[in-house]
Write a protein that binds this ligand. Structure first.
Ligand code: ADP
Ligand code: TRP
Length: 333
């Protein structure tokens, strides 16, 4: 199969507003890929249920993420944009893949071990089998390329294991082995503004795509730094490297080069760097925020987009599930 015929799929959980990590780790690639590939993008509302959100919050978050997808440049005419829970075939496949997924390999997943530490009071079976549901999302459309950030690498590895194991077990070639994709470059990890770790919805360290300019200014000015370099060409400490990582994403190359040079000469003023970073972020995000505000309350439009996406996604999913059932021997009597 040629590169251009490869099927692309990715999803984002409906757990809150999208931040720079979601955008640069995932969404930016979605926007590029929809021009050249058959793409499926969806809102992973089932995956967000592991933490038991209130129904009202879940509903609002799904609508919000749909609007944020579109505001970020995803065009529902160019791809299939849908809500995970609208495609019940995904759950059929989830049940079937659970039969070939081993508890031991799921227990060893880093994300599961993290959750055990972070939410010891709610280690539900949905958390354990989270990667199986994710593999079902991917395999139901027989996707080849999955644009995701670095944190999803291990989940993709499992999706490949299940594709291979299913094909071997049932002596078929239904599933291609999907790969995490970033146009040949390393997968992206956008850091938070709190000095260490990744930017995340639940970490409270993020800049959101729809943050107002004054909110962005405040957050950036509060970002963790250090006392400054003490000798020329000193290595950047992690919090400073993090600011430069974000600067590289949103500012002109000359801007980042200018501040790197100042750092190397020990003449850097972090206040100036932050002011520039804040203004560049505001300019970068302005079109996304404007488009978001135009559509977020247009329930009719958003409803139509979701309904059209559901039709297209179900048509593709139904074909896969029919083949899967036949391969397993689940035939009509
Ligand atoms: P979050 O991790 O903020 O809860 P999701 O789990 O829904 O968000 O992630 C959606 C997509 O965004 C995934 O492809 C994920 O890899 C990517 N992503 C999330 N945070 C980051 C980050 N800090 N850097 C790079 N990519 C990220
Ligand atoms: N697990 C992904 C995350 O937390 C979201 C997701 C669910 C996903 N299903 C997917 C991503 C399928 C890519 C493909 O970010």
């Amino acid at each position: 199969m040629s590169q251009q015929q490869d099927i692309v799929l990715s999803g984002i959980r409906s757990t809150g507003s999208l931040h720079l990590g979601n955008y640069f780790g995932a969404m930016r690639n979605f926007v590029r890929l929809q021009e050249t590939h058959t793409c499926y993008f969806f809102i992973a509302d089932y995956h967000s249920l592991t933490t038991h959100p209130a129904p009202e919050d879940l509903h609002n978050n799904v609508r919000r993420i749909l609007a944020e997808y579109i505001a970020s440049g995803i065009d529902p005419e160019k791809c299939t944009l849908y809500v995970q829970s609208d495609v019940p075939e995904t759950c059929d496949l989830y049940l079937l893949l659970n039969m070939i997924a081993y508890v031991g390999e799921l227990e060893r997943t880093t994300t599961f071990k993290d959750k055990i530490r972070k939410q010891p009071g709610n280690i539900n079976a949905g958390l354990l089998t989270y990667p199986v549901l994710m593999a079902s999302d991917i395999l139901i459309h027989r996707a080849h390329k999955v644009p995701v950030g670095k944190d999803q690498e291990q989940h993709l590895e499992l999706a490949r294991v299940y594709a291979r194991r299913f094909n071997n077990t049932y002596n078929c070639e239904i599933f291609p082995e999907p790969e995490a994709f970033n146009f040949g470059a390393n997968l992206v990890k956008v850091p938070g503004l709190d000095g260490t770790g990744k930017m995340g919805k639940s970490e409270g360290n993020g800049i959101y795509l729809t943050d107002a300019p004054e909110v962005i200014r405040k957050k950036v000015m509060k970002a963790v730094t250090d006392t400054g370099p003490t000798e020329p060409n000193q290595e950047l400490a992690e919090p400073i490297q993090n600011l430069f990582t974000i600067l590289d994403l949103v500012s002109k190359p000359e801007t980042a080069a200018f501040f790197r040079d100042q750092y190397a000469r020990c003449s850097i003023r972090y206040g100036d760097l932050k002011k520039q970073l804040a203004e560049d972020l505001i300019a970068y995000l302005a079109p996304i925020r404007e488009k978001f505000e135009q559509i977020i309350n247009d329930k009719e439009y958003l409803g139509k987009v979701a309904a059209a996406g559901r039709e297209k996604a179900r048509a593709s999913a139904a074909k896969t599930i029919a083949e899967v059932r036949r391969a397993i021997g689940i035939n009509r009597l």
